[in-house]
Design a protein around this ligand. Sequence first.
Ligand SMILES: Cc1cc2nc3c(=O)[nH]c(=O)nc-3n(C[C@H](O)[C@H](O)[C@H](O)COP(=O)(O)OP(=O)(O)OC[C@H]3O[C@@H](n4cnc5c(N)ncnc54)[C@H](O)[C@@H]3O)c2cc1C
Length: 398
Amino acid sequence: MPIRATKRGGERGPLSGSHDVLICGASFAGLAVARELSGSGADVLVVDRYEIGERQTSACGIPTEWLRATGLMAAERQRFDSLLIHTPHGSRRYALPWSFSTFDYRELCALLWEQCDARFETAKVNGRAAPADGDGSIAVETDRGVLCAPLVVDALGWRRVLASGDGYQPPDAPLSRGLEVHPHGSAADLEIWIDRRYVPAGYGWSFPARDELRIGVGSFDPRFHVRETTELLAEDLSRDRVRYQGNWIPHELRAATEGGVFFAGDSAGHCLPLTAEGIRTAIYFGVALGRELRAVHEGRQDRERAAANYASFHDSHEWKFRWMLRAQRLVPRIPPRLLGPMIRLMGAKRFVGWSFEHYLRIAPPPRSADHENGSHHQQGDADHPPGAERDLVEAEQA
Ligand SMILES: Cc1cc2nc3c(=O)[nH]c(=O)nc-3n(C[C@H](O)[C@H](O)[C@H](O)COP(=O)(O)OP(=O)(O)OC[C@H]3O[C@@H](n4cnc5c(N)ncnc54)[C@H](O)[C@@H]3O)c2cc1C
């Protein structure tokens, strides 16, 4: 069981007041925005229903270079130079042109938070509240009271709590589902299974993290329940089925701004289709957003300009996400008997190098120098922008 650090009931007094920036959600996207605002002098409040780092939201796999360039290497648990792909017709090891790392969620969040100078409160965000006045301030209702700010960020994940509520719900919305178990133990390889025994459209994984494994199954089809096959994969690997972690995973972009609110990470659909990699993109877009908000606070632009810039940055990535979605739709249509030979063909060194480099460039790592200079909030460019639930467990039981 995760350690519960969040204060309950009487320990949580009422909250109210106005801030320069209100960031809802203290995971990858929210903390990345807060970090970009550090040193700006802005009064930034970050809220989350849990304490920072308390509730792991993923298998925590990321390109190593992203950890390095953002000064987060201390959270690394294990590094992989190759990826082992299994199909029912054989296995193939891909030598990766760049390494991939797993990290400790709690530690990574703590490191990000160390680089922020914001305030934090635990509070559950319920939605927009009626604004108290007409000064452009946005009011947000939480279980501890109403909070206001002219600049509000929704980094709350796929539910996009601060949007208008357009009935975006699984299983009809473009969401994948992912569930994993976290048994103690160790292993050497980063492994993927493309095997209809586990999931008709999607993949299974085992991400070792030094003294723990993250073994799970992701389905692109939200109607396919992954609990049974996650347990089957763990059983096939002779690992314990313990410490479940799962959620819905968006696989389509959504508007970057709405009603004056800014969205980053899963709330904006920033998770990549096909691979369901959403950590580096949450940080990438979070940093880009943080820069825009910083410019507003420093009087260099107004909120509308920031919204237009951020939306245009977000939109400029749309075609890359569309290509990934096409691939996501194609893979399940490949006849199983062709999968093995295709995986072997695609294992050619030049092809792996080419495809992985392109894949990394969808959200390239920031230049390390940005962080080493201690200036993770410097201006970037289009290619190097950022300096840098339990829900599914319940759904599976339903
Ligand atoms: C099983 C699984 C494994 C995955 N593995 C990987 C992986 O290895 N690598 C990778 O790159 N991606 C992975 N992903 C995808 C990745 O987890 C997400 O894309 C990423 O976490 C998005 O970051 P975020 O900050 O937008 O949202 P989240 O990390 O989901 O954080 C949202 C935050 O908002 C808080 N919150 C939510 N609702 C409320 C509310 N109403 N009030 C207050 N607080 C609230 C939550 O407590 C949380 O802290 C995985 C996803 C799943 C489901």
